[in-house]
Write a protein that binds this ligand. Structure first.
Ligand code: ZN
Length: 138
């Protein structure tokens, strides 16, 4: 069995953003040389997510509005966590949007359903953060 990993770095200039990282993940898969197996992709920070959905800007706007309703950033005084930090909302947004995705690899390609793409969800940006890509198979 072959094994491969790479850490991808991101520095989002805004507090929140959704980034299509599918091309970077496909590059990892090509580098790995693995044709059949499983790919794990996870955020390595507790205020960021990796998830799969549609690459459609209206939907990403809707996510942002929905997440702000669920866990508004301000006022930061509403959160106990913010006794030390101002990012309690980012932890909660990450919890809802998830930590990782697993994608099957078939014939050297990510075995997606229709319209599926991989996204990095940033909820407390303006600093360097990592995403892990781990691939196992043959
Ligand atoms: Zn925090």
């Amino acid at each position: 069995m072959k094994s491969y990993y790479k850490e991808l770095w991101f520095e989002v200039p805004t507090r929140r953003a959704f980034i299509n990282i599918t091309p970077e993940v496909e590059k990892c898969l090509a580098e790995s040389g693995i044709k059949e197996g499983l790919l794990l992709c996870n955020a390595m920070h507790i205020t960021a997510s990796v998830f799969i959905n549609d690459d459609e800007s209206g939907l990403h706007h809707d996510y942002d509005v929905w997440l702000e309703k669920l866990a508004p950033h301000a006022p930061v005084s509403q959160y106990h966590h913010n006794g030390y930090e101002d990012n309690a909302d980012a932890h909660m947004k990450r919890q809802v949007m998830g930590r990782e995705v697993v994608v099957a690899i078939t014939d050297g390609k990510l075995h997606f359903g229709t319209w599926e793409r991989i996204f990095y969800g940033e909820f407390d940006g303006r600093r360097r953060k990592r995403v892990l890509v781990k691939i196992i198979g043959e």
